[in-house]
Write a protein that binds this ligand. Structure first.
Ligand SMILES: [Ca+2]
Length: 490
């Protein structure tokens, strides 16, 4: 008896929450084919009584209430530079934040140049590791060690403090009234250093160990990772096939760790790049602020989807159209700087996966890719400046809200759906993996017979700040991140 009563209450609750216009119903007359409109509005004295009466009328096909709809809920963070973060509304982050803002139980590893304790980021960090084994490239006096901080500078011949910028895109402290908002407000960032101070380059031998360690696998002479990652972000690339890195990625995937890679900035086929061209990786190309594929972005069948990477002043109006994130610039100190590149696009996808995991913990890397592709905005897929549709931009532009909603909906299906399916209204339906896997198969074939030689990998963002000195002033945004009592950091 109690059980049946509970069922009634649960079933009744959504109906009670619906709002409608009293005294008005929508009626669809039977046999009205050929009429300009089949639906008419009927004014009635008692809505419930009218519905009951009209449903019994054989001349009426159906009748329903005139329900009230609401605009989709959005959350606008109060960070003072949020208005400059055009990329977040472009991927529907505010609507996604109304569903989920992330969980501290999720860890995103940023395998990059290391990180600095920016005041708008440091509280989000967990311990990482420095895997740069060449002391000359490490720039910190020794080889591998426990300190994953970045000893480099903004100069293009150094690290450009790339990892700090990428980390801020994922997880800069949001809604704290200061600086920028990260995409995921709850997850923790694990800095894993593989790219050194020699132009932000690193060797496969270090990168392979870093991927394995981040995923929770044992690496000799390194303490095991106490907080293994759920998601790995790889914002670097290089030529030269790497069987070793493919194996490391395969091991991470087998442990349920999603691996996201930047497509590369060569305006070429990303299938020739590593890690972008590796099988199983979620490969991210870039759009500029017009939602078109950025001129520099790689493309091709290995691209899974696109995300904002920005550009510098693509329309000549003098506006910054890069991606604003956390950085340090002497002599002003902690600051926020625009970078542009697929390096900046990839962390938006990594942050989306961490949000998806926060609402659906069993999310596998394969299903994450399927849901990201199925919910992407195909209308932004690959329009060239001439607005022609080009091939090779994957499923289109990332939709964070759609992806998080699709992840949350997985609970309705439990574990019935295959990894390449999505759950819609409680039913397992095809995801978008068929499109994506087609490209992956081609990439995998190319891998066979590859040389597997080690390659030098470089960071993937344009030296906007450094290479263009005149632009630098406009793009460096000094802000006070403490108070005005004299100890503020500028
Ligand atoms: Ca902030």
């Amino acid at each position: 008896m109690l059980r049946s009563l509970a069922c009634v209450l649960i079933a009744a609750a959504p109906v009670a929450a619906q709002e409608y216009v009293p005294g008005r119903v929508l009626v669809h007359d039977r046999g009205a084919a050929g009429a300009s409109s089949h639906v008419r509005v009927l004014h009635v004295r008692d809505t419930d009584a009218a519905l009951a009466e009209l449903r019994d009328d054989p001349s009426i096909e159906w009748v329903e209430r005139d329900y009230i709809r609401h605009r989709t809920a959005v959350v606008t963070p109060n960070d003072e530079m949020y208005g400059l973060q055009w990329a977040l509304p472009a991927i529907h982050a505010p609507a996604a934040w109304a569903r989920a803002t992330g969980s501290a139980g999720i860890v995103v590893a940023v395998i990059d140049t290391g990180v600095l304790p920016h005041p708008d980021l440091k509280d989000r960090l967990v311990a990482g590791w420095d895997f740069v084994s060449d002391p000359a490239n490490a720039g910190d006096g020794d080889g591998r060690d426990a300190d994953a901080s970045d000893p480099g500078t903004l100069d293009a011949s150094s690290s450009m403090l790339h990892g700090t910028h990428v980390s801020g895109i994922i997880g800069a402290v949001a809604n704290n009234g200061v600086g920028v908002a990260g995409l995921d407000w709850g997850c923790r960032i694990q800095p894993v250093r593989v790219l050194g101070v020699r132009g932000g380059t690193g060797a496969d031998s270090d990168i392979v160990d870093a991927i394995r360690w981040a995923a929770g696998l044992h690496v000799d002479n390194v303490p095991d990772n106490a907080t293994p990652a759920d998601v790995i972000n790889l914002s670097f690339d290089g030529r030269g096939r790497s069987l070793a890195m493919q194996e490391a990625v395969d091991e991470a995937l087998a442990r349920g760790v999603a691996v996201v890679a930047a497509a590369g900035n060569d305006a070429a086929d990303s299938g020739d790049d590593v890690p972008a061209g590796l099988a199983g990786v979620i490969t991210v190309g870039a759009v500029d602020s017009s939602r078109r594929r950025a001129a520099y972005s790689n493309f091709g069948p290995t691209v899974t989807l696109l995300a904002p990477g920005g550009s510098y002043d693509s329309d000549g109006a003098g506006r910054s159209e890069g991606i604003l994130s956390t950085l340090f610039a002497a002599p002003m100190g902690w600051t926020y700087v625009d970078y542009a590149g697929t390096s900046q696009a990839a962390p938006y996808v990594a942050g989306t996966i961490s949000l998806m995991k926060s609402v659906y913990a069993p999310l596998t890397p394969r299903r994450a890719r399927s849901l990201l592709a199925a919910t992407a905005d195909a209308g932004s897929r690959c329009a060239s400046p001439a607005n022609a549709v080009e091939p090779g931009c994957g499923a289109g532009l990332l939709d964070v809200d759609g992806a998080v909603a699709a992840a949350a909906a997985q609970w309705q299906c439990g574990e019935r759906c295959r990894d390449d399916q999505m759950c819609s209204a409680g039913q397992c339906v095809a995801g978008a993996s068929a499109i994506i896997d087609g490209g992956r198969a081609a990439g995998g074939c190319q891998l066979a017979g590859a040389s597997g030689r080690a390659s030098s990998l470089v960071i993937l963002c344009f030296a906007i700040v450094v290479a263009a000195a005149r632009r630098c002033r406009r793009l460096l945004l000094p802000v006070e991140v403490e108070d005005e009592r004299g100890d503020g950091i500028r």
